[in-house]
Design a protein around this ligand. Structure first.
Ligand code: SAM
Ligand code: DTB
Ligand code: SF4
Length: 344
């Protein structure tokens, strides 16, 4: 494998396990150098996408995802709340925009979307947030093709649905749905022409092989997910994964660098778990190809770095928030400076 930057990085959807292992197992600094080169080839490395996250329906979820504080199967102290009111959400979206976010992601602790009044309210909210000029993203659980189409018509820009881990390890983390269920929802999202946000979590006790398999699943989707969130487990008291040791910053960077090389055009998001990372570890992840974060002191139910600290970090690194893709007047990521970038 070449370690120089002379040959353009390929956009491929047929990565083998062996090829991925060859990349993932490179000496870390060689891996990060290669990922940084790919990153420069496809993106403006001075820009970071700033996303804001809001839990619009918290807690009481019937799924048994072992990492999740919102599952009704575990006692985590998360209060069950109904779907937020239209005005509350739109107000929060406007405040997020004011604070510099260009993407607004709304999460609901649902197993799947049901065709009821709550969904009608979500559709109305999606339309209003879109009208604010924000890229609207939602993560609401499983979706049918018809529901995806309704969300698209309402103005949804992206749908988040993570594969979370490898197919093999998935069964030891979640029993109430299958890996195929996840892939089907991603397919329904695509069919409705909504951009796909899909990634996973590290630090749940999975092996390196599981991490590589997860990346293989994502990288062999055609097209690649436009955004790939890489989360470090936030271990929450009461969940089966409480007490897991924090993810090492260098392992986080290895995962991000591999994702960047396998999916050169995608936005790779340094997602949950930033609070446990030093400024230097975050900087290393940005060098390794991460170009998106969640900003705001709360993720869905757990804390996230202080907005002021993020602002200082951006200033120290010479980074700036990127404007919304939708402002470019073209779909997806084609608005970023790129050379040799064949269609995804
Ligand atoms: N219920 C929907 C679903 O599962 O798709 C949407 C919300 S769910 C909370 C969204 C994602 O958050 C999960 O797929 C998982 O990747 C991530 N997540 C949940 N709890 C987490 C934790 N404790 N640490 C890191 N990521 C977490
Ligand atoms: C994603 O991959 N990470 C975000 C977002 N997509 C929805 C969620 C992280 C949740 C962390 C646990 C919590 O705050 O409840
Ligand atoms: Fe429910 Fe999503 Fe949490 Fe799983 S990850 S328990 S589906 S809110």
């Amino acid at each position: 494998m070449t370690m120089t930057n002379e040959i353009p990085a390929p956009i491929r959807h047929d990565w083998t396990k062996e090829e991925i292992a060859e990349i993932y197992n490179l000496p870390l600094l060689d891996l990060v150098f290669k990922a940084a080169s790919v990153h420069r080839e496809f993106h403006d490395t001075s820009e970071i996408q700033v996303c804001s996250l809001l839990s619009i329906k918290t807690g009481g979820c019937p799924e048994d995802c072992g990492y999740c504080p919102q599952s009704a199967h575990y006692e985590t102290g998360v209060k069950v709340e109904p779907l937020l009111a239209f005005d509350d959400v739109v107000e929060k979206a406007a405040a997020a925009k004011e604070a510099g976010a260009t993407r607004f992601c709304m999460g609901a602790a649902w197993r799947e979307v049901r065709d009821n009044r709550d969904f009608d309210r979500v559709l109305k909210i999606v339309g209003a947030v879109n009208d604010l000029g924000l890229e609207v993203c939602a993560t609401l659980g499983m979706l049918t093709e018809e529901q995806a189409r309704k969300l698209k018509e309402a103005g949804l820009y992206a749908y988040n649905h993570n594969v979370d881990t490898s197919e093999g390890y998935y069964k030891s983390i979640i029993t109430t749905r299958s890996y195929q269920d996840r892939l089907d929802t991603i397919k329904n999202t695509r069919k409705a022409d909504i951009t796909v946000c899909s990634g996973g979590i590290i630090g749940m006790g999975e092996s390196d092989d599981d991490r590589m398999e997860m990346l293989m699943t994502l990288a062999n989707l055609d097209p690649h997910p436009e955004s790939v969130p890489i989360n470090a487990l936030v271990p929450v008291e009461g969940t089966p994964l409480q007490g897991r040791p924090p993810v090492d910053g260098l392992e986080f960077a290895r995962m991000i660098a591999t994702a960047r090389i396998l999916m050169p055009k995608s936005m790779v998001r340094l997602s949950a778990g930033r609070l446990q990372l030093s400024r230097e570890a975050q900087a290393f992840c940005f060098l390794a190809g991460a170009n998106s974060i969640f900003a705001g002191d709360k993720l869905l139910t757990t804390p996230n770095p202080d907005v002021g600290d993020d602002r200082e970090l951006f200033a120290a690194l010479g980074l700036r928030p990127r404007k919304a893709f939708k402002e470019d007047g073209v779909p997806s990521y084609t608005g970023v400076p790129q050379q040799n970038a064949p269609d995804n």
